[in-house]
Structure formats: structure tokens, C-alpha cells
Design a protein around this ligand. Structure first.
Ligand SMILES: Nc1ncnc2c1ncn2[C@@H]1O[C@H](COP(=O)(O)OP(=O)(O)OP(=O)(O)O)[C@@H](O)[C@H]1O
Ligand SMILES: [Mg+2]
Length: 456
């Protein structure tokens, strides 16, 4: 391993250095905190072995700074005999272990061996996770559920064909992701992919965005402009939220798809165009057709092939894979060292219904990564909608044959939790004497944090 020794006592530093080099480690030395930080900035280390008592910057402060700048460095502090307090402070600042002086060289070896073992383990876990992800993903789309595996197969099959494709699925199920995957896996991947959201743009503007216009076609049209069908030049046009497109425009779109030529707004001249259309919608287009809001002929033109993306509840087995993937992604992005999800937190993620689908899961994990206090994502950093209310956790939602006493017990505990253990307030709310409340708390053995999964 690469080890940086920081120690102001020269002979001690050299002895350690010689010993560790003899054991095959790459060793560097620094005689103080400032020098250590400078070293770390240019040559990264696996382990920082530092004295705590040094002039200028002490070991605890150094630990803190290193953990902020390079959280992956394992810090071990060397404390004077008997100064347990300092060791505790250093551990709190992020040190992984401590050596209390005077120590034997075997002790140093033991600590380093433990660090190395943990590093190897973490590397193996990361490697395995990447392997799992590779096996269960297609172009950044993750899913190990049979439905998603079938979606991958379908994408692979249709991508090269250049036929038009319709993607359906609820909000956040990955429609745009799939559209991009199809484009970037087709023979024309070097041509542009142009997304346009049909519901976000006023009708008249959308028409000119799609087909272009000539100078003077309407007020504000000061020069000729190409539409995206011309811009596509052999690429893909992604018509997002096609179900929201106005009827008159649906007719014009159908004509362009059939005739493969456009007329810019305000012009009669037809320009040949070359494109593939991938359309997406969160609506049920068959129902829209039945209701007369979506043209049948356009539907059959667009939906030569349809890809239906299932909601996340219909493939809960994908949740752990996705959650771990988002955890790694946002930990890296936010430079947080959150590495795993506590089993109880995972259980809550698996139980939730995810109306906002994968996007919502990603948001929840990102929030959790930011709020996490250690290397593990715990239930208390999940939002209330996922953890359920205190009442839910108590099972108050499904009271059936409960004895009075049990009901009382649960009700008092829920009220305490809801009011953050403000006993005066709780006694007031429950219309009972304060002393009675204290007695009940004692009788039932309540204490703050009993329910876990707090955060309210
Ligand atoms: N199977 C998946 N694997 C990895 N990431 C996914 C998956 N599905 C969705 N995502 C991620 O979730 C987010 C939402 O995906 P996307 O924008 O493609 O959904 P959408 O169906 O277009 O949603 P909306 O209807 O809200 O526009 C993106 O950040 C995307 O990367
Ligand atoms: Mg979208």
C-alpha cells in the first residue's frame, strides 16, 4: 500500500518508514500537517499514519482536513499513552483506527492488515456490483426483471431497423432513456437525436419548430428557419408527449411521415426530408383514440413497434439494483462516502409504491446520500412518504382486535413521537395529568428513538 507517515519526531518517523518499506509498502514522509496535505495533493496515499501531537496542525485537525479532501484515505492516528480522549476525537473526525504509543511494530502491521483487507473487500464488492450492472443493463438502462429483460431484447431488435417506434409508460419510467438508447444503437447514431416536447410548446410555435417557416410567415418570423425535420438529416426526432399534440398538427405530422417531405410554414415548396420518429407518451393512446382525441391513422404510423415500459411497482425486483446504482452515482457526484444501504432502509424502498417511478427513486436516494451521516444509508434519511407515518409503523392503520391497554400504549407512544417528546404538550393533547403521563412512560418502558425510522 501507499503510506504517508506524518510525525515531527525524526527518529521515530525514520524507524516507521524503514520498517514499512521493509514490508513492501511504498512510504513517504512528512514532518507536519501542512507538508502532509501538500504531499497528498500531488501523490495520493492509501493510508495516512499520523501523530496527534504536532506543532502547527494537530493530528485531529489533519484527519478532518484529509477526510474532507480525500475521504478514501484511511487515517490512523498515533496517540500518547493514556490519551483515550484524543483517540476518540480523532475517530470522530474520521480516523479508522489508532495506535497508542509506545507500540510494537506488530501492532502497526495488524492495523494495516485490517485496512488492506477491508479495501480488498470493498474493491471486490464494487467489482461485483459493476459486473451485475453490466449483465443487467443495456445502454445505461438497468433492470434484471424479466419484463425489463424483454424490453432490452426488443430495443436491440428494433434499433437497427429504422422503423418508427412508440414508447409508452408512466412518468419517470425511462421513456427518454430508451429513446436515446435506440438512437445510439442504430446505424445512424452519428446523425442528430433531436428531442422535442409536444406538450410544453404552444401549438403555433410547435408547428414552426417541427416544420420550419419562411420569413414573414407570421409576426416575428424575421428570417427563414429550418424545422427539426430538416435538421434531423437522417437522425432521430424524439416527439415526447405526443398524446398532447393538437389534432390539426397531428394531421400535418402524419402527412410529413407519409410523404417524407415538409413545407415550411408560409411556403408551398416541398423539401425532402430523411428522419426516424420515436414518439413517447404517458397517456393511454388507445383510450385517447377511442375518445376521438388522437388520430387512428397517425397512431398506426407511429406505433409500428411499441415499447411499453412497466411502472416500477410492477418490477420491484429492480429496486435494489437501481437503488445501489443511484447510491454510487450520487455518492461520487456529491463526494460523499456512502457505500451501502441498511437492510431496513432497503426493505422500506422495496415496500413503497413509487408513483413517480425510477425518477422518484433516484431523487429519494440522492437526498439520502446528502443527508447520510456515515457510510450507510439508514431509514431516517428517507422521506416520510417512504418510511410511512408513525401511525403506520405502529400498525394503527389496521386496528382489529386490540386490547384497550395495547391501544393506549400505542396511542401514547405515537403522540409522544409526533410532538418530539415534548411531555407537557403531550399531556395537554391527551387530556391527562402530567404525572400520569410520566408514570405511563415509565410503566410502558418508553424512551425516545424507540420506534426508529424517525425523521419527524
Ligand atoms: N431502467 C433505468 N435504469 C437507470 N436509470 C433509469 C431507468 N429508468 C429511468 N432512469 C432514470 O430516471 C430518470 C427518468 O427517466 P426518463 O426521463 O427517461 O423518464 P421519462 O419516462 O421520460 O419520464 P417523464 O414522463 O417524466 O418525462 C432519468 O434520470 C433516467 O436516467
Ligand atoms: Mg420524459
Amino acid at each position: 500500500m501507499h503510506i504517508l507517515i506524518t510525525e515531527d519526531d525524526g527518529p521515530m518517523r525514520e524507524m516507521l518508514s524503514r520498517f514499512l518499506a521493509g514490508r513492501g509498502h511504498e512510504v513517504e514522509e512528512a514532518n507536519g500537517g501542512a507538508q502532509a496535505l501538500a504531499r497528498l495533493a500531488t501523490s495520493p496515499a492509501d493510508v495516512l499514519l499520523t501523530d496527534v501531537r504536532m506543532p502547527e496542525m494537530g493530528g485531529v485537525e489533519l484527519t478532518q482536513r484529509v477526510k474532507e479532501l480525500q475521504p478514501e484515505v484511511a487515517v490512523v492516528v498515533m496517540t500518547a499513552f493514556g490519551s483515550v480522549q484524543t483517540a476518540v476525537e480523532a475517530m470522530r473526525a474520521g480516523a479508522i483506527d489508532y495506535l497508542s504509543k509506545p507500540f510494537k511494530m506488530e501492532e502497526v502491521e495488524l492495523v494495516l492488515a485490517r485496512i488492506e483487507e477491508e479495501r480488498n473487500l470493498r474493491r471486490r464488492v464494487n467489482h461485483l456490483q459493476r459486473e451485475v450492472e453490466e449483465r443487467f443493463q443495456f445502454a445505461n438502462i438497468l433492470g434484471q426483471s424479466p419484463v425489463m429483460q424483454r424490453v432490452f431484447e426488443l430495443i436491440e431488435q428494433v434499433a437497427p431497423t429504422l422503423s418508427n417506434i412508440l414508447i409508452s409508460g408512466a412518468s419517470g419510467t425511462g421513456k427518454e432513456l430508451v429513446a436515446r438508447a435506440i438512437h445510439y444503437n442504430c446505424p445512424r447514431r452519428t446523425a442528430p437525436f433531436i428531442p422535442i416536447n409536444c406538450s410544453a410548446i404552444p401549438e403555433q410555435l410547435l408547428e414552426s419548430e417541427l416544420f420550419g417557416h419562411v420569413k414573414g410567415a407570421f409576426t416575428g418570423a424575421e428570417r427563414d428557419k429550418k424545422g427539426i425535420f430538416e435538421e434531423a438529416a437522417g437522425g432521430t426526432i424524439f416527439l415526447d408527449e405526443i398524446g398532447d399534440m393538437d389534432q390539426a398538427l397531428q394531421v400535418k405530422l402524419l402527412r410529413v411521415i407519409q410523404e417524407r417531405e415538409v413545407r415550411r410554414v408560409g411556403s408551398n415548396q416541398a423539401v425532402p426530408v430523411d428522419f426516424r420518429v420515436i414518439a413517447a407518451t404517458h397517456r393511454d393512446l388507445e383510450a385517447e383514440m377511442a375518445a376521438g382525441r388522437f388520430r387512428e391513422d397517425l397512431y398506426y404510423r407511429l406505433g409500428v413497434i411499441t415499447v411499453a415500459l412497466p411502472p416500477l411497482v410492477a418490477r420491484r425486483e429492480d429496486i435494489p439494483l437501481l437503488a445501489r446504482h443511484f447510491l454510487a452515482k450520487h455518492a461520487a457526484r456529491n463526494q460523499r462516502q456512502v457505500e451501502q444501504i441498511e437492510p431496513e432502509a432497503m426493505r422500506l424502498l422495496l415496500d413503497f409504491d413509487w408513483p413517480g417511478n425510477v425518477r422518484e427513486l433516484e431523487n429519494v436516494i440522492e437526498r439520502g446520500v446528502v443527508l447520510a451521516r456515515g457510510a450507510t444509508l439508514t431509514p431516517d434519511v428517507l422521506p416520510a412518504k417512504v418510511t410511512g407515518s408513525v401511525g403506520d409503523r405502529l400498525g394503527l392503520g389496521e386496528i382489529t382486535d386490540l386490547p384497550m391497554e395495547e391501544l393506549e400504549r400505542r396511542h401514547i407512544l405515537a403522540t409522544l413521537e409526533r410532538h418530539h417528546w415534548h411531555r407537557v404538550k403531550v399531556a395537554e393533547v391527551l387530556h391527562i395529568d402530567r404525572r400520569t403521563l410520566y408514570r405511563k412512560i415509565k410503566e410502558y418502558g418508553f424512551e425516545p428513538g424507540l420506534l426508529g425510522g424517525g425523521g419527524r
